[in-house]
Ligand binder design. Sequence first.
Ligand SMILES: Nc1ncnc2c1ncn2[C@@H]1O[C@H](COP(=O)(O)OP(=O)(O)OP(=O)(O)O)[C@@H](O)[C@H]1O
Length: 249
Amino acid sequence: MSTGVSAPPPVVDLHRASFGHQGRPVVTDVDLTIAPGQVVAVLGPNGSGKTTLVTGLLGLSDHLGGTVEVLGTPLARLRDRTRIGYVPQRHTLSGGVRATVAEIVATGLLATRPWWRPAGQGDREAVRRALETVGLADRARFDVDTLSGGQQRRVLIARALVAGPEVLVMDEPTAGVDEASQVVLAGVLRRLATSGTTMLVVTHELGALRGTVDRVLAVDAGHLSFDGTPQEYAVHQAERARAAGREDA
Ligand SMILES: Nc1ncnc2c1ncn2[C@@H]1O[C@H](COP(=O)(O)OP(=O)(O)OP(=O)(O)O)[C@@H](O)[C@H]1O
């Protein structure tokens, strides 16, 4: 018997999707459905196409084939891009940016209001909440270039979160930061996961996200080569290592 309550659409729904650059396919034939609340790690060798895949969901790499729906809407028709938060790869904020931490986070709200309306109390409250989530509430008035690389990554996560996105796409959020910052960042991701935020995280460091990730995708030479739980992934890796050992013998 139907309850009359329809299930929310998948956050990501790809059928035979291909993405690439300048018309050249990099990732092809991807079938993938991600339900709300899932925390998905995307693993794979350098150059295998992880970034191309996740940026494809944001319209930042070319959609070259198949169907791509994000939040129940074909990508080309998804007007409100604030529904997806994005933390790009290898970004810190140093290098001459003269802005406070709060100002950087507030730029994440620019797309949510008309250009002529100044930031209001609600916006300031959203910035405060986002900084609290990443554990930097006490740094709001600091210049960003006084922060460590790991703290700057957290500022970028706060900027991606401030507009209340329904899904957060992060490209190597823990890469290139010291171990202490990695632990803090992993804690931030764990808190977001607990609050039900859907996340797609490109990473080389599954270890740092242990207990947070509930699904692993592996990309190999432009194809999805694995899709399963972290436990299944560990078994898959062990089998591959054994097979490689047999080949070497
Ligand atoms: N903007 C671009 N224009 C043209 N080719 C690109 C662009 N970005 C990536 N590529 C190419 O696409 C392929 C896949 O790159 P991509 O960055 O998606 O891989 P990745 O798995 O994320 O790698 P890494 O782990 O090194 O970040 C590479 O051959 C790369 O040179």
